[in-house]
Design a protein around this ligand. Sequence first.
Ligand code: UDP
Ligand code: MG
Length: 321
Amino acid sequence: MQTLLSIVVPVYNEARNLRPFYAELVAHTHSNTYTFEFIFIDDGSKDASAAVLCDLADADPRVRIIQLARNFGKEAAVSAGLHAVQGKAAIVMDSDMQMPPSLIGEFISKWEAGAEVVVGVFSARSMSPLRATGAKVFYRIMRAIAHTKITPHATDFRLLDRQVIDVFNDLPERNRITRGLIDWLGFDRAYVYFEQAPRLHGKPTYDFRSLVRLAINSFTSYSLVPLKLAGYLGVAILMLSIPAGAFMCIERFLLHDPFHWGISGTAFLAMMLLFLVGVVLACLGLMSLYIAHIHSEVIDRPLYIARRTIKVGRSVEEAQI
Ligand code: UDP
Ligand code: MG
């Protein structure tokens, strides 16, 4: 008997990419050993993605669709897909052709060789300098503060063994970054390195502007806004008071007042006060971030709401909410 493998694909406004992506997928999933199911999660797309997916599902019984009631974000979409997986393993990949389906074979052979999680890693990233710097800073900070081992440039292009999927599906948390959670789980890993292809059509959803917009949106949707503002204010004050204080010290004590400013003790005291207020407010802001997390865990909202599922097995209906 052939083994069933699942491909999980989150979709958000990818109408133009879906057909080429599906064609590639079909081309690289010919196998005598395995049968495939293709699970597409329509994450509240506003374009024709849903219609295209229905066309694909009509023509191919392997295509399954989970349609979310609105845009819940990629992380929730992937979780919805993993809940529905029926295969012995699942490969999660984007639908914009940035993760080449031609690598599916390599993922599977590493899994056959015993890896329980196979991670796709960018060997070259065609990122803007701003994003590249952001990523570099992010990974440096992560490595310093995170308990989990993080591989730089590891992507969401992943194969998960059934066992990992089951454990993952039992995780209760709402604030999820899928790849972080999977790294946290552990299990035996293998890596597949690939070059990032450019997006076929459309703009990436996570461009810099949308990240900023997302940040602003989340400020207003939480009642913790004042606390967060306090944090930002604190950081701003810190960033002002530290260089100003340093400058004052250098001018007065190191260079012995070359500008004849005669900076008084009171001025130093004021700067010191400003610095301490900055520290306190920044800490308050940091705490509010944690409180925001606790808040969303406690209200215990479902991770996603599926409007309807098409040709997805019974297990999905159970796992929906
Ligand atoms: N995506 C999604 N929901 C969203 C945003 C994106 O399901 O709210 C999907 C999108 O269709 C794509 C994948 O997640 O298949 C990655 O998105 P994108 O290419 O925009 O991100 P990037 O490549 O910049 O990480
Ligand atoms: Mg992309």
